[in-house]
Design a protein around this ligand. Structure first.
Ligand SMILES: [Zn+2]
Length: 628
């Protein structure tokens, strides 16, 4: 599953995208779910039962050290691709890629600092060379190159016509180096009519705006920090952005910028207070004798990866897609939720060796029915998912089978941790026949299904719903090992995963044999401001609480499906299964309430919370800490 690559301040855009995506699980609106016609049931075809031991063995192989966490650019992901190809071939499935079973494409895997990263200040003749990673650091989406010139302070670097606010009004930054503080004027939230930051606070917005005003380089400082927070440099590579923002972009520590302000007879804090107090810009040019010399040198890393595609022909040219991504985070990238363990293999047993093995197991079950089913089945193993759903998007752009003949897409991403026989199913509102099909199949299933209508979420089926193909998404829920080296194979619940595969096989059989194909239905967008990520333990600004919400729970509190070890919530004695109902005196009815309350809190706050444990209220004190 695609993570939320949110740094502490970087991206309201991304935050909204992913927050909204995950909100699809919240089973909010059922809008658009038209009454469905019962599918015609065809004579039952003999599909064998999934084999839990065989499934488990495949997960173990995919999550083994030789596969190197299946990170783009590793030998391990190539090994995984060849293993998938070999399995599909041995089942007698037809190659359905562009080069046999493979459909290769190129991805950007990251950036690294090369040798020449340099920052020198000249304050009226007093020169100083600043230290990389101590005084300053480039952002990974900075251009590479050099610039030298005078400095201009341009406040938050925001031009917000809608608020009648422009930090660039009255200052000339053409060919100069701009100094900006992070975030945005505090008055924007009220003007915008909501609590969160606007898109103007995103680093990439600031970079683009500075570039468009002619600046040669951008220097970002944290500026004023909430009480108790340290002035940290952003770890290189931890903020996502485009490959190249088209301008030099570095961060310096507050104390460095404070020297510049002092040399100009000003104070950074006072200027920032002035902007916030009035919601009016306070931009100015530093004295011409204050100059900066910036050099940024970044290597962008690319890799060629492969979707692995295999086809089981049916009697017609229509087909059902059954897919799962097989890539993961390799040795950990910006999406790792264990930043201190970057460099260790992130084996991704649940994410998504579990779904990949599921596709292989289904391929094995259906392979003997070659040519007998009414429709074909296209089995897809995607690469590039963790980098932004790239493999599925690539296929949707360059389909290797006619897109219009794909009647439905079934995606499995993280199906290996079924707990309490609970399974989330997304997209049930996107196909006209899905509800009766699921209902028919559910009769023979031990699971409690949490259905949500929408088809947008942080996984590959999103690429298909965007092409108006009905999708179903199977998911066993988040957990505290998500995107960490501890997502290991022995934690996989193979017995339940196999039972789920039997259920999915039933759905595929019905879809494949029904007289009528499902009609695509657009499901109304769900609330983009869920902010699930800020409680879900990803990055996200604001203090860290450390709970993982149960996405099925949408009323009467927030149930924790897990608590992150070592987190403030864990230290306060909170446990999986607890239902949060009060946070610092504010009633918590749902995840939105919780997210809002958390965002209004500060690092260091000791928050009294009430949870229901086994139905009885229990009070706890949680000391919120800073995310890193
Ligand atoms: Zn993932």
């Amino acid at each position: 599953m695609l993570g939320s690559r949110l740094d502490n301040q970087s991206g309201p855009y991304r935050r909204q995208l992913l927050g909204g995506a995950l909100a699809a699980f919240l089973a909010l609106a059922l809008a658009g779910a038209a009454p469905a016609q019962a599918p015609a049931t065809a004579p039952a075809l003999a599909v064998a039962k999934a084999d839990a031991a065989r499934y488990d063995e495949t997960v173990k192989t995919l999550a083994s050290p030789e596969m190197e966490g299946r990170g783009a650019g590793t030998k391990g992901i190539e090994r995984a691709a060849r293993m998938l190809e070999e399995r599909y071939r041995s089942l007698g499935l037809e190659p359905a890629g562009t080069e046999g079973y493979f459909q290769p494409f190129t991805v950007t895997t990251g950036a690294k600092l090369a040798s020449h990263n340099d920052l020198q200040e000249d304050l009226g003749g007093t020169k100083k060379t600043l230290k990389l990673n101590e005084d300053f650091v480039p952002f990974s989406f900075s251009s590479s190159g050099q610039a030298e010139g005078p400095l201009v302070f341009a406040g938050y670097g925001v031009s917000a016509a809608e608020f009648g606010y422009d930090d660039y009004a009255g200052v000339d930054v053409q060919g100069k180096i701009v100094v900006l503080v992070r975030y945005e004027p505090t008055g924007f939230a009220a003007k915008g009519g909501h609590q969160g930051l606007t898109q103007h606070a995103a680093l990439i917005s600031k970079a683009i705006n500075a570039r468009n005003h002619g600046a040669k380089a951008v220097v970002i400082v944290n500026g004023k920090l909430p009480d108790g927070e340290e002035d940290l440099l952003t770890r290189f590579g931890s903020v996502s952005g485009p490959e190249n923002a088209g301008v030099l972009l570095v961060q310096v520590k507050n104390k460095i910028a404070e020297d510049w302000f002092a040399a100009a007879g000003k104070s950074l804090a006072a200027v920032q207070d002035q902007i916030n107090g009035s919601t009016k810009p306070a931009s100015f040019a530093f004295p011409a004798t204050q100059r900066l010399s910036v050099a940024v040198d970044i290597d962008t890393l690319h890799a060629s990866v492969n979707n692995v595609l295999a086809y089981l022909p049916g009697k017609s040219d229509e087909y059902v897609i059954v897919g799962a991504h097989y890539d993961h985070l390799g040795y950990g990238n910006a999406d790792s939720l264990a930043p201190s363990q970057i460099g260790q293999i992130h084996p991704g047993a649940d994410d998504n060796a579990s779904g990949t093995s599921g596709v292989l197991e289904l391929a094995r079950l259906f392979a003997p029915l070659k040519g007998q089913l009414a429709r074909g089945i296209l089995f897809m193993s995607f690469a590039g998912e963790e980098l932004g759903l790239l493999g599925s998007a690539h296929w949707a752009q360059q389909p290797t089978r006619p897109l219009g003949k794909a009647i439905a897409m079934i995606n499995m991403d993280m199906i290996g941790r079924i707990k309490g026989e609970k399974v989330y199913v997304g997209g049930v509102g996107t196909g006209s026949t899905f509800r009766p099909i699921l209902a028919a199949d559910q009769k023979n299933s031990p699971f409690h299904f949490e259905y949500s209508a929408g088809g947008y979420a942080a996984s590959d089926h999103t690429s298909f719903v965007a092409r108006k193909i009905p999708v179903l998404f199977f998911f066993s829920g988040l957990h505290s090992d998500y995107h960490k080296p501890s997502d290991t194979w022995e934690k996989i619940n193979a017995a339940d995963a196999a039972r789920l595969l039997d259920f999915v096989a039933g759905v595929i059989t019905q879809l494949d044999t029904a007289a009528e194909r499902p009609r695509f239905i657009t499901v109304a967008a769900e609330d983009p401001h869920s902010g699930v990520t800020s409680t879900g333990g990803g990055g996200g600004y604001g203090p860290w609480f450390g709970s993982i919400p149960d996405f099925g729970q949408s009323e009467n509190g927030v149930r924790f499906s897990d608590i992150q070890p070592g987190s403030p919530a864990a230290k306060a004695g909170l446990k999986a299964g607890d239902v949060l109902v009060d946070f610092a005196g504010k009633p918590i009815r749902n995840l939105y309430d919780f997210t809002d309350a958390l965002q209004r809190s500060k690092v260091g706050d000791v928050v009294n919370v009430t949870v229901l444990r086994d139905g009885k209220p229990l009070k706890a004190s949680v000391t919120l800490v800073q995310r890193r």
